[in-house]
Ligand binder design. Structure first.
Ligand code: GUN
Length: 291
């Protein structure tokens, strides 16, 4: 079994990005600048946003954290988005999801200028990805593709089973794995809560991408020998023995499944760091787009 090491791979990528930033700055260009909007103080969202801001510092980007109260109205948040759209200093920005109930997430995503939408959530970017046109690909699927690429995982003609049809992970990764390019050219089955004979489908997977948010959902008896496993799950489980009071558990029972897998991502340290570095790559692309 070979571990798909997201920490090492993302560090290599960060080094490459940092080098490019220094090259830009040396030649009189400006540092890429990412802004992150955090509404409220949902524990997971705070952790993710802080990690994104820290990653910016590590590669020499500028970053701005816009912290807003969870009682903010939709109109007020739309006004913040407009400000960031119009601020020439900001190359790209994200609005961390989920948002409080009084805010319609779709309206916020639609308000983000597509050329600053480094999350790749705006319908223009989703459409561009579907059509194989240039644009921003969401960070988690982009990170998975990069990881498969860096480990030279064969994908052409393989049966890729995706668990979960979220707009952030399942749908886009299914689309990317079916693309007519490497990594891609897989035969993709997208599974969800209405899928019948799920275990049979999972057992036929050459590549399994699990993004359902159900801890240890995939067990060893459900997979075939030699499977490539990408675990996107990051559920927080209460664990009093940890300083933080919780531990992170993936969608895949790592101990069991790793006995049968050819390649597998750990949780944490697999897809998570790749997601963050993909956001940095998108931000660099947004900054370059303007120069
Ligand atoms: N919430 C969970 N994942 C993401 C992400 O990739 N981007 C944003 N903006 N919110 C998220």
């Amino acid at each position: 079994m070979i571990l798909l090491d997201g920490i090492k791979t993302s560090q290599d990528l960060r080094n490459e990005i940092a080098e490019e930033v220094e090259h830009i700055v040396k030649n009189g260009g400006k540092r890429p600048h990412l802004a992150a909007v955090l509404v409220g103080n949902n524990g997971a969202s705070v952790t993710y946003v802080n990690a994104k801001i820290k990653a910016c510092e590590e590669v020499g980007f500028k970053s701005t954290l816009v912290k807003l109260s969870d009682t903010i109205s939709e109109g007020e948040l739309l006004a913040e988005v407009k400000k960031l759209n119009e601020d020439p200093e900001i190359d790209g920005f994200i609005v961390q999801l989920p948002l409080p109930v009084q805010i319609d997430e779709k309206k916020i995503i639609l308000a983000i200028r597509p050329d600053k939408d480094v999350d790749g959530f705006h319908p223009e970017n989703v459409g561009r990805m579907a059509l194989g046109m240039s644009g921003f690909v969401p960070a988690t699927p982009a990170g998975i593709i990069e990881l498969l690429d860096r480990y030279n995982i064969e994908t052409g003609g393989k049966h890729c089973v995706v668990l979960g049809r979220s707009h952030i992970v399942g749908q886009p990764i299914a689309m990317l794995m079916a693309r007519n390019t490497y990594p891609g050219n897989s035969t993709v089955t997208l599974c969800h809560s209405h899928t019948r004979n799920l275990t049979d489908i999972i057992r036929s997977a050459d590549i399994l991408i699990a993004a359902v948010g159900r801890p240890n959902f995939v067990t060893a008896d459900m997979v075939k020998d030699g499977v490539v496993v990408v675990d996107v799950g990051i559920t927080r489980i209460v664990d009093k023995t940890k300083k933080s009071g919780y531990r992170i558990v993936g969608d895949v029972d790592f101990n069991g499944v790793s006995q049968k897998a050819a390649f597998i991502t750990p949780v944490p340290g697999g897809v998570g760091p790749m997601t963050i570095v993909s956001l940095l790559k998108n931000t660099l692309k947004a900054a370059r787009g303007k120069s």
